[in-house]
Ligand binder design. Structure first.
Ligand code: PGA
Length: 248
């Protein structure tokens, strides 16, 4: 049985010292307690080689960003090939901060998903509506449109995609959608996965992200169909992150 995914997205935070100390502390805790969770940490890219050298048998590492080509004239970008010597198995694609701040288009996101799957990464694909879209009753439409890019993935290669529903108005705000509304979006995603994504031959899991904390983790993981969480702020302090893992 797949254990719930507990994913830390550190975004652009932490020093090298903080990152490696955290990795050591996390591994120590996981060795002692053997929690029933699949734990993944996505640090700042330049710390990945250092973190991967620290023993991490009990958690995996992920990239927050990459460019979908092995090499070339893409100033400032990193390819997944460049991480070949580093033990990374997860890649975040489509986070709202990448969509909004860096104007990543659906076309680019699709290339990123295809490229990451080709490289045998598990893709953490983020979707979610803005506050305005929610107020206009457009949530379902927006979600389905964002999911569309997954429906044309090459089917020759198996792979795993974690679809993280992250309403933008819940990210970093302390506001979490009601249980019912998360549940209804999960149903929409799962129906879409059954009807439209089945031919693309991928394992699909449904996650939630947006203001997940030690106080609401229980409620969120108890929502039918939720198979994990993507956590920003509450993953930055090791003690808090451990409390969250303990709740699983
Ligand atoms: P948050 O961020 O937990 O700080 O709301 C979640 C995310 O951006 O993935």
């Amino acid at each position: 049985m797949q254990l719930p995914f507990i994913i830390a997205n550190w975004k652009m935070n932490k020093t090298i010292q903080e990152s490696t100390n955290y990795a050591r502390g996390l591994e120590r805790y996981l060795v002692e307690t053997q929690p029933k969770a699949t734990v993944i940490v996505c640090p700042c890219a330049i710390f990945l080689p250092f973190m991967s050298q620290i023993q991490h048998e009990h958690f995996s590492l992920g990239v927050q960003n990459f460019f979908p080509a092995d090499k070339g004239s893409f100033t400032g970008e990193c390819s997944l090939t460049m991480f070949d010597s580093v033990d990374i198995s997860y890649a975040i694609v489509g986070h709202s901060e990448r969509r909004q701040l860096f104007k990543e288009s659906d076309e680019l996101l699709q290339q990123k998903v295809i490229y990451a799957l080709e490289k045998d990464y598990t893709v953490i694909f983020c979707i979610g509506e803005t506050k305005e879209e929610k107020e206009q009753g457009l949530t379902e439409e927006v979600i389905l449109k964002q999911l569309e890019i997954l429906s044309t993935l090459p089917k020759e290669k198996k792979g795993t995609i974690l679809i993280a529903y992250e309403p933008l108005w819940a990210i970093g705000t302390g506001i979490v959608p009601s249980r019912e509304s998360i549940q209804s979006i999960v149903q929409i995603i799962q129906k879409y996965a059954r009807e439209m994504l089945a031919p693309c031959n991928k394992n699909i899991y449904t996650l939630y992200g947006g203001s997940v904390t030690q106080d609401n983790i229980d409620d969120i993981l108890n929502i039918n169909g939720i198979q994990g969480v993507l956590i920003g702020s509450a993953s930055l302090e090791l003690d808090t992150f451990i409390t969250i893992i303990q709740s699983v």
